[in-house]
Design a protein around this ligand. Structure first.
Ligand code: CO
Ligand code: ZN
Length: 332
């Protein structure tokens, strides 16, 4: 899976500009799909299986988009001021490199520090694209950029920009590949615009009208020095979301995940995430309501140019999803 993860994470597709990553994913999933299409908001929808007597219509959602920066103002000397697409803390920006959708590259600099103990807000930073004036600046207001950072293979651990949520995308592709037979009608939906509005998942869920919704996304960990107060660690298995900043997972979905993990002897962790949410939030409140949950891949340094996951967790997330989708499920 490593070369797939490298290919996915080294593609630039901030929210709203998912066509590059969609082409990469499409090439992987097309041979595995019973049906494949792209909807009005750009979601890539792949069906596998048909709904049998004991089967359900299940939507899996993994978002294709990644966090980014958007140009808000270009000054007379050609420096680009910006705001963020998705929540990005200013401390990860100094020295970062970015690539605009139009191919322009830049580095992030900042105004002089008066007080080194106080981090600049991003209003005091800028993107330097090497221009000398507004006139010769190749970036216009509204142009979007994503982090540039090469994939790094550390053996057990993998580091890249956009592990959020290309690692979820990789898990879904591998699940689709390994799923030999299913009683369910499963829709693998590679969604758009998760980082800004959850709009891709919301509209796809309206269109598909699933009976169950599961997102596959990253979650934070509490296993770094003085890190988040959180039980999840790298390497202890996929996390079963119980709560995050936007939703309570449906307890029946939580039970289904845990039951399956225990029966199949797959390690798992219980997740309560204090901030942030996933496509599951949008699926849960689609139409008249959809029981929804999330299989999370533990990830350090989320929303930075160097997001870290552990290969065991990735493999075990695939195993859990394959086991869940291979057998009938009752939510009663
Ligand atoms: Co995110
Ligand atoms: Zn995400």
């Amino acid at each position: 899976m490593k070369s797939l993860i490298q290919k996915l994470t080294e593609t630039f597709s901030p929210s709203g500009y998912e066509s590059a990553i969609r082409d990469v994913i499409r090439a992987e999933v097309e041979p595995l799909a019973d049906e494949i299409r792209v909807d009005a908001l750009g979601n890539l929808i792949v069906r596998k299986g048909a709904r049998s007597e004991q089967g359900k219509r299940i939507m899996l959602a993994g978002h294709m988009d990644e966090i980014g920066l958007i140009a808000s103002h270009i000054d007379e000397n050609g420096f680009v001021r910006f705001t963020t697409i998705g929540g990005i803390r200013p401390q990860v920006l100094h020295g970062a490199r970015v690539v605009f959708v139009n191919g322009t590259r830049g580095v992030i600099g900042g105004e002089r520090y008066e007080n080194w103990n106080q981090m600049h807000p991003y209003e005091k930073m800028f993107i330097d694209v090497g221009a000398a004036s507004a006139k010769d600046c190749p970036v216009r207001v509204g142009d979007m950029a994503a982090f540039e950072r090469a994939f790094m293979d550390m053996g057990d651990k993998l580091v890249a920009k956009s592990m959020d949520d290309r690692i979820g995308v990789a898990v879904m592709i591998e699940t689709l590949r390994q799923l030999k037979s299913t009683p369910h009608e499963v829709y693998f939906v590679f969604t758009t615009q998760e980082e800004v509005t959850l709009g891709g998942a919301a509209t796809a869920a309206f269109g598909l009208d699933p009976e169950i919704g599961i997102s596959v996304d990253v979650t934070a960990t509490g296993d770094t020095p003085k890190g988040e107060k959180m039980e999840v660690s790298l390497g202890k298995g996929p996390a079963v979301k119980i709560k995050d900043g936007g939703m309570l997972a449906d307890p029946r979905i939580v039970d289904w995940m845990i039951r399956t993990a225990e029966k199949s002897k797959i390690p798992y962790q219980r997740e309560v995430l204090l901030g942030g949410t996933t496509d599951a939030k949008a699926m849960q409140v689609a139409r008249a309501g959809v029981p929804a949950g999330c299989v999370s891949i533990p990830c350090r340094y989320i929303h930075s140019p160097s997001e870290m996951v552990e290969t065991n967790d990735v493999q075990n997330a695939v195993k859990l999803l394959v086991a869940m989708l291979s057998a009938p499920v009752s939510l009663d």
